[in-house]
Design a protein. Structure first.
Length: 220
């Protein structure tokens, strides 16, 4: 007996997919925002600190980059609450995990961006009497952000796709919604065709918007 496509049940439960997509975007935005703070602080510390601090930051980056995201999700959601007697829900746990995960990648992005700022710009700021903090906030940081915009765009798109891992701890994002529909309707082909299209359209939409931002602020 052949398999016949039937999307009626998918459209009947489409609210779970749409709500999951919105939650996926919220998780990605919140995680990248926290990850930017983590990455910027650690990158700034890295380029201005001594050997010990660089070793600690480097160990954090290498550990996160070489451990699968799903393993970190399990560790933070199941391991830390038992080890440290903590209590938090699944979305909070996943945002914390994805923020730490993205922060490790953004440390390298921001570090390379800070080191790519022309020395002449910093010397010019020093020549007109800017303090070290003023040179950082008014000269180095704006230039670094413009340099790293393409890498930031790629990281955000990657994080949006990584939100699908949240389904393993029952966060009701897009992939979890697809799993729910599959388990209750057994229309596995139809639901994952729809979800694939939703990821593609959303991903390309985000990429198009971010590319516009890049062209607006790129270093010419």
């Amino acid at each position: 007996m052949g398999y016949h496509l039937n999307f009626n049940l998918i459209w009947r439960h489409f609210d779970k997919l749409w709500g999951g997509l919105i939650l996926s975007l919220e998780l990605a935005v919140l995680s990248i925002a926290i990850g930017i703070v983590i990455g910027l602080v650690l990158a700034t510390w890295y380029v201005s600190a001594g050997r010990v601090a660089r070793a600690v930051i480097g160990a954090y980056v290498e550990f996160i980059r070489n451990v699968p995201l799903i393993l970190l999700v399990y560790l933070v959601f199941y391991g830390l609450p038992k080890a440290l007697n903590l209590a938090y829900d699944a979305p909070t746990s996943f945002v914390a995990t994805l923020s730490i995960y993205s922060g490790a990648y953004l440390v390298e992005v921001f570090r390379s961006g800070l080191e790519a700022v022309p020395r002449g710009q910093l010397d010019a700021g020093k020549a007109i009497g800017l303090t070290p903090w003023q040179r950082f906030f008014h000269v180095r940081l704006p230039t670094m952000i413009r340099i790293t915009l393409p890498a930031l765009s790629n990281t955000f798109i990657s994080l949006f796709k990584d939100t699908s891992v949240a389904s393993v701890i029952a966060v009701p994002e897009l992939t979890y919604g697809a799993q729910w529909i599959n388990f209750n309707t057994f229309r596995i082909v139809e639901v994952y065709l729809v979800v694939t299209a939703m990821y593609l359209v959303t991903g390309y939409g985000l990429l198009f918007a971010l590319r516009l931002v890049e062209r607006r602020f790129r270093v010419r």
